[in-house]
Design a protein around this ligand. Structure first.
Ligand code: S3P
Length: 190
């Protein structure tokens, strides 16, 4: 008889609330989130993609046509909706935690993971495709270090932190699963 599949062997983790991945653009939240969701057999949602679907345009178009404020309102609404249902893995946008209400919601309802990376790593990954409106008007290195300096205080409030500089996304996923397993075993998932 074949042994239990990887997915079913992850089930005993008993994830009873959403897992929200937070951190800067280029941290790998979407890629890590998709793989983590698959390993945990949970649905995956990407906040940016949901905003795009709801608005019928890309994040870049939203910024251009309606401004960042409008995007942020949509972002907060989408995240609230996604955190109101059954457990999922949610990749948030890099600026999501700047919103006080979103921060409170994530703290209250989710296990949050800050996927932390050095500025050089973030710049390299975030500039691979020219889709990020905040990087359009200036030097990406300067913009990313400035945003990180302002946002670090919010990312630090995550349930736990995983460094993603070494080993790529597969390793980040493994580290998150190991940490979740450890926390579930110790009954201190929160
Ligand atoms: C943003 C990050 C982006 C997207 C938007 C704004 C930010 O998401 O929400 O361009 O403020 O850092 P990713 O972190 O998924 O790139």
């Amino acid at each position: 008889m074949p042994g239990p599949s990887r997915k079913s062997s992850q089930r005993p983790l008993k994830i009873d609330r959403p897992i929200a991945l937070v951190g800067m653009m280029g941290a790998g939240k979407t890629t890590v989130g998709r793989r983590l969701a698959s390993a945990l057999d949970l649905p995956f949602h990407d906040a940016d993609a949901e905003i795009e679907a709801a608005a019928g345009m890309t994040v870049a178009e939203l910024f251009e046509r309606h401004g960042e404020e409008s995007f942020r309102r949509g972002e907060a609404q989408v995240i609230e909706r996604l955190l109101s249902g059954p457990p999922i893995v949610l990749a948030t946008g890099g600026g999501a935690l700047v919103n006080e209400k979103t921060r409170a919601l994530i703290a209250e309802r989710a296990i949050s993971v800050w996927i932390r990376a050095e500025v050089e790593t973030l710049v390299k990954r975030a500039t691979k495709r020219a889709v990020r409106p905040l990087l359009k008007n200036g030097d990406p290195h300067e913009i990313i270090s400035g945003l990180l300096a302002r946002r670090e205080q919010f990312y630090e409030t995550a349930t736990f932190i995983v460094d993603s500089n070494i080993g790529g996304h597969a390793r980040t996923v493994k580290t998150i699963i190991a940490e979740l397993t450890r926390r579930c075993a110790g009954e201190d998932a929160r």
